[in-house]
Design a protein around this ligand. Sequence first.
Ligand code: AMP
Ligand code: MG
Length: 339
Amino acid sequence: MAFETQMLSSNDESIELAAKLIQQGEVVAMPTETVYGLAANAFDEHAVAKIFRAKERPADNPLIVHISELTQMTDVASQIPTLALSCAKAFWPGPLTMVLPKTPRIPSITSGGLETVGIRMPSHPTARALIDAAEVPLAAPSANLSGSPSPTCAEHVLKDMNGRIPLILDGGVSDAGVESTVICFEPEAIKILRPGAITAQMLASVTPDVRIDKGVLHAVDNSQVVASPGMKYKHYSPKANVIIVDGSPEQFKDYVLSSGTPGTLCLIFGDEGMDNTEMPCIDLGLSSEEQAHNLFDALREADERGAKTVYARCPKLDGVGLAVYNRLIRAAAFEVVKL
Ligand code: AMP
Ligand code: MG
């Protein structure tokens, strides 16, 4: 192990220590309102290279740059359309990432070789305090090993990053539970590249023309050039084989009871009649917000419980449900049983 990884409760002292480490070119894990992030100085290519190594992340998968003040935006983005300013006013600080042309200060490694960069202003007080104390924008992807479910608490981060980074700031369980909504701009239109807690309906308050990239709902071929590089990789996958089962609660119950074998576990939304069966279940909750909040923890728990097959109910496609569906369909490698 290169590092003895420390996990400290987030407070003034630990944030100060984390900021010092970042200024020395190190990587630290920080809580955000979406999921935990692995943060380093976005301007320092050697520090950013350590993020890629710690996560074993493919070099062409860009990182999101986190700022705490609007004035930092011009250090990161070279052009800021009016629509972007309207979005910042409406949704920052919060779980919205905007893809804009990058400044030369952002090294190519941070943007995965692209001429654009994803920028976000998080609302979590620890993330904001750390950016302030480090006095630089922080490049921060989700703090999981590449391919595994994103971490929604400090213990998840420790599991993936123990020995790989010096410090984890523990700021409790992430509120949203899914990563930020990623958008780019077309003249007078917003395009959603990755759905999150800021929904299409919410973005429509800024412009009526909100589009959804086809990679949100469908698999993208590895040879294709994609708008959002993260969408082409295997993602959010537990060791168990995840299968989405699309049907009514009764059909779901009949299907899993007849197909399930020892080692089967179900992800359900409310009890839906499964409570009087012997089938092991994790209840993600009735609302899309609860499902988003609980999803990654449930995928990690499925592995801890030794599940071989996970049958999941099919999420709704509207509101935050689109983000739940987008993550679950990737965890399931696009395997859906339609009843
Ligand atoms: P993560 O930091 O793990 O939540 O992943 C960040 C994701 O944001 C990437 O995988 C991309 O899909 C998206 N992203 C970040 N920067 C850009 C960019 N410049 N252009 C398009 N998508 C981006
Ligand atoms: Mg990620």
